[in-house]
Design a protein. Structure first.
Length: 249
């Protein structure tokens, strides 16, 4: 029921944990935005420990803003205060969205809808200079800009905006990089190396070219995740190395 209510409110650039939308839709939207709009800079934003730092008081206020039924509010409050069972001990916290519970993805979307989406959409209409694209999948956020100055201003204001609601950008994982169809030419003219890459939804995005020399976004599986998966497979194969060959297969 809550999904149906909030699907009327959520914005088009939000893709995570929504019916009829998935990772591939978010990746397609990002590619179309970078290739067809005047995007020259990418803000790769990472919210530090999002599911563990959500302010439950703010979250309940956001839900009450849209939902009038006190029974629903009471159920959500119970979900949030149920705690986590670890080593036979229940740990209850006044922060976090109870990651792992069936409703936590929707609550995360509600929180970021009010904290980030509505604010970012208003910023794009009123403050942005030049083109600007936004793609959000849960707490993974990528924003594209035509001008670097607009990206710097957005990043500074986004940092302040998140702090108002008990969230913080990860200092090492949040970057504004030059990326887009003109990035390689601009960096070459300045005597810099190839454009930097960024990660989104398990893929590393790279500025590349087609055989005809046109700009193309290349996508590779993230190196750290690929290595981790290969190690996992290797360990499983070693564990089975003394089995008969057909069983190993």
């Amino acid at each position: 029921m809550l999904n149906q209510i909030y699907e009327e409110d959520f914005l088009g650039f939000s893709y995570g944990f929504r019916p009829g939308r998935g990772q591939h839709d978010a990746l397609d939207a990002l590619h179309v935005g970078i290739e067809q709009r005047k995007v020259s800079f990418i803000l790769d934003a990472d919210i530090a420990g999002f599911f563990d730092t959500v302010d439950q008081t703010w979250l309940l206020q956001f839900v009450e803003h849209r939902i009038g039924d006190p029974r629903i509010i009471r159920l959500i409050r119970k979900w949030l205060t149920a705690g986590v069972l670890e080593d036979g001990i229940v740990q209850v916290s006044d922060r976090g969205a109870g990651q792992g519970s069936v409703i936590s993805p929707l609550l995360a979307n509600i929180y970021l809808h009010y904290v980030f989406d509505l604010w970012a959409e208003r910023w794009r209409r009123r403050e942005a200079t030049g083109d600007m694209i936004i793609v959000r999948y849960a707490d993974d956020i990528v924003v594209g800009f035509q001008h670097e100055a607009a990206g710097q201003r957005f990043l500074s204001m986004m940092r302040d905006r998140l702090q108002e609601f008990a969230l913080q950008l990860h200092p090492d994982k949040t970057r504004l990089i030059e990326f887009g169809r003109y990035a390689a030419q601009t960096r070459h003219r300045k005597g810099l190396g190839k454009p930097e890459t960024f990660n989104f939804l398990g893929f590393t995005h790279i500025c590349g070219k087609t055989r005809l020399g046109r700009f193309q976004i290349l996508r590779k599986s993230r190196r750290d995740r690929r290595i981790a998966k290969l190690k996992e497979i290797k360990n499983e194969l070693r564990r089975r190395m003394h089995w008969p060959i057909p069983e190993q297969g």
